[in-house]
Design a binder for this molecule. Sequence first.
Ligand SMILES: [Zn+2]
Length: 115
Amino acid sequence: MTCREAESLVIPFIHEELDDGTAAEFLDHIDACDNCREELEIYYTVEAGIRQLSDDMGSSNIKGEMEADIQAARRRIFRGTVLEVARYAADTLAVLGIFAMLILQFRLWWQAGLF
Ligand SMILES: [Zn+2]
């Protein structure tokens, strides 16, 4: 991901509008690129400021909140990946199960002299 792409994803990331794959790429870039991380911090601070004005809920730890949100996004991405792997595994087992049933059925028919 280029810095240009990452910068265009800062606001969608803060608004939690990115799909897991894009968010994962974005976070990887943020980890590796200080400029874009700074960009995220600036926008996050601005967004948090606006939220506080409308909610009247003062928080002095905006950077901490941002880190917490990043952690939450990572957990969400990880859960998504685990679920996907589990789904593939279940699909594979289902196909293998059907295949095994067919083989056993054909064996029964074979033993019954149908072939
Ligand atoms: Zn960058």
